[in-house]
Design a protein around this ligand. Structure first.
Ligand SMILES: Nc1ncnc2c1ncn2[C@@H]1O[C@H](COP(=O)(O)OP(=O)(O)OP(=O)(O)O)[C@@H](O)[C@H]1O
Length: 257
């Protein structure tokens, strides 16, 4: 059965005397076994959309809209962790500074009603390219680099077996070898376990490699949405065309008219 997470009419604005609209009525659906890429220029509202849908938008923002799981309205906070794992842009914010990486993985296993399994924990750390897992398990967030923490967040998401994953630029700070490995892992989670992935990225190479559907944001509005092949071969909106052109230019290619 296909499960769906429908983010409906999501709007976000700043408060205060002169409010600014950051997101205007975003409507997208993430389905199990599919990857939906949310793309757009810097500042178009991608990260805000992800945080608002998870119920963790910054306190100064006004959020309206509704999230539906398989058609039933749900509170975003009730989805986090178990149903929807997340890998956010700033990985440090996701870790409790007082707890070791072993504690964080243990919590994930407890949530799954499993006993601590050191071998499984080490394996998942190796999967995401964290070498010397025995040492890593004893570390705290302040002892680790941003890249290591990003891999750790991905390891926790892998271990959690959540049905959906919201990943905000999950591979941006990683070297190309680890980046390729993580993208392969995410594809495997989609194909084998039917993970539904909302992937936020500005990297159209990542989109080409992983996405099934693409949604394009411009100044907080959804301006184009479609299957990945259509977006790459027949982009309609100027922003989509700009993103594809910039990507093709990396390979010395041009978008045909
Ligand atoms: N807490 C906040 N208060 C005021 N403005 C905010 C807040 N958070 C985000 N914004 C503004 O909302 C707009 C969208 O930001 P957001 O980070 O969602 O964009 P983005 O598409 O994810 O960009 P990037 O790719 O650079 O991460 C930006 O203009 C940003 O300055």
């Amino acid at each position: 059965m296909t499960r769906t997470l429908h983010i409906a009419n999501l709007s976000v604005s700043t408060g205060g005397r002169e409010p600014t609209q950051i997101l205007s009525g975003l409507d997208v659906t993430v389905a199990s076994g599919r990857v939906l890429a949310l793309v757009g220029a810097s500042g178009s509202g991608k990260s805000t959309a992800c945080a608002a849908a998870l119920g963790i938008a910054a306190g100064n923002l006004n959020v309206s809209g509704q999230v539906y799981l398989d058609g039933t309205p749900v509170a975003p906070a009730s989805l986090r962790g178990r149903r929807v794992a997340s890998i956010l842009q700033n990985p440090r914010s996701g870790f409790n500074p007082l707890r070791s990486m072993r504690d964080h993985l243990r919590e994930t296993m407890v949530a799954l009603e499993k006993d601590w399994d050191e071998a499984a924990a080490r394996e998942v750390l190796e999967d995401v390219g964290l070498e010397d897992p025995a040492r890593i398990l004893d570390l705290h967030a302040f002892e680790m680099s941003g890249g290591m923490l990003q891999r750790m967040a991905i390891a926790i998401a892998l271990l959690s077996r959540a049905e959906f994953l919201f990943a905000d630029e999950p591979t941006t700070d990683l070297d190309l070898v680890v980046q390729a490995r993580i993208l392969d892992l995410l594809a495997e989670m989609r194909d084998r376990r039917g993970l539904g992935l909302l992937l936020i990225t500005h990297d159209m190479g990542v989109v080409a490699r992983l996405a099934d559907e693409v949604a394009v944001l411009d100044a907080g509005r959804l301006v184009e949405q479609g299957p990945v092949g259509q977006i790459f071969h027949a982009p309609r909106h100027p922003v989509t065309r700009m993103l594809i052109s910039a990507h093709l230019a990396l390979y010395g290619l041009e978008l045909s008219a």
